[in-house]
Design a protein around this ligand. Structure first.
Ligand code: SF4
Length: 344
């Protein structure tokens, strides 16, 4: 049922001979109130006949065969979803005070093969459907209701398994559902996608009036080093990517986030910081340093020490770059950045 955009659901409901208002209640029930069964819809004004029709003839609400939760000592929780064919994907719930970040997957595996990423080592299996992506968001919200029914502030980030711009059509469907006035009503700025740098899709994204925020993984400040850790760089080298980002239409005060996985001995030298800062100066941006999270498919890629991480961050600042350090959540349950790799 989550695969229907609002307009499609409305057309279906009207084609069954009911008023569009019923579709609005159903969409709000699914996306905002995270209903999961007919009994919950019975408490709404939706006609019982429409509900009978919906639950007899419509597709099931949940696209998952099973979901398992792995709470981390740091307060985050990793969820593993079993899809109908037995494949698995993962998402991570990360509370930060009154705010919650929901990190969702867009594909089973990934075709891009970044060497620092466990998902890349799986290879590409398939795109997730909109229902399978929205289902992650809805499941995490259902499992973690806010106390006193107070609404929380959510950020949804496509930083889980997969390259979201490779699944452009599906991810944009999800974006429209998340920001729909009858759904969760997130603002455009509360949704972000993280890409490895698929230049044509970044350009396509920039042409949309409503779009999520853009995060781009840089990982190395020159072509030779970047191609070694991110094979996508051979198709879309740094100068092409940076020129695209320079021309990307930004809203007032908006910045492009440049993610930089800091890998000990690979991309952590003072000259790397200088080059990275020079790149970030070419357009409004924020460098987000992510210390490498080692996993079994990343031999020889080591985590930088805390002192080194802070020193690299300070170097970036000295060169004039806006910089933050992302403290990954869920490391103890393999839910941190670069560690997601469900067995398929
Ligand atoms: S970092 Fe992102 S794009 Fe690269 S392999 Fe991992 S999931 Fe794919």
């Amino acid at each position: 049922m989550l695969d229907y955009e609002y307009e499609e659901l409305a057309a279906l409901v009207v084609s069954w001979g009911f008023k569009e208002a019923g579709a609005r209640e159903i969409f709000t029930g699914l996306h905002r109130r995270v209903f999961q069964n007919k009994e919950q819809f019975d408490t709404t004004r939706v006609s019982p006949k429409l509900l009978d029709k919906l639950f007899e003839d419509g597709p099931p609400i949940s696209p998952f065969r099973a979901v398992n939760a792995f709470p981390s000592a740091d307060g985050s929780t990793k969820y593993v979803y079993t899809l109908p064919n037995g494949q698995k994907v993962e998402s991570v719930w990360m509370p930060f005070g009154k705010y919650v970040t929901l990190c969702v997957s867009s594909q089973v595996g990934c075709a891009l093969g970044c060497t620092f990423c466990a998902t890349g080592a799986m290879g590409f299996k398939r795109h997730l459907s909109p229902a399978e992506m929205l289902g992650q968001v809805i499941h995490m919200r259902r499992e973690n209701p806010f106390p006193n029914k107070k609404p929380g502030r959510y950020n949804v980030v496509f930083m889980g398994m997969g390259e979201p711009l490779h699944n452009f059509k599906g991810v944009m469907h999800v974006f429209r559902a998340l920001t729909h006035p009858f759904g969760m009503v997130l603002s455009d700025q509360n949704v972000a996608i993280s890409t490895s740098g698929l230049v044509p899709k970044i350009q396509e994204l920039g042409q949309l009036e409503h779009r999520p925020r853009l995060m781009v993984s840089i990982a190395a400040p020159d072509n030779q080093a970047r191609s070694a850790v991110m094979p996508v760089n051979r198709a879309y080298p740094l100068e092409m990517l940076l020129e695209t980002l320079e021309n990307f239409p930004l809203k007032k005060k908006e910045r492009i986030m440049l993610s930089y996985v800091l890998i000990a001995g690979v991309n952590d030298q003072p000259q790397d910081a200088a080059r990275l800062a020079a790149m970030s100066a070419r357009f409004p941006s924020l460098v987000n340093l992510i210390p490498m999270n080692a996993h079994k498919d990343s031999p020889g890629m080591n985590e930088p020490g805390e002192d080194h991480l802070c020193a690299f961050s300070q170097l970036l600042k000295n060169h004039g770059a806006f910089t933050t350090i992302r403290r990954s959540r869920g490391r103890d349950v393999a839910g941190a950045c670069g560690q997601l790799a469900a067995q398929v």
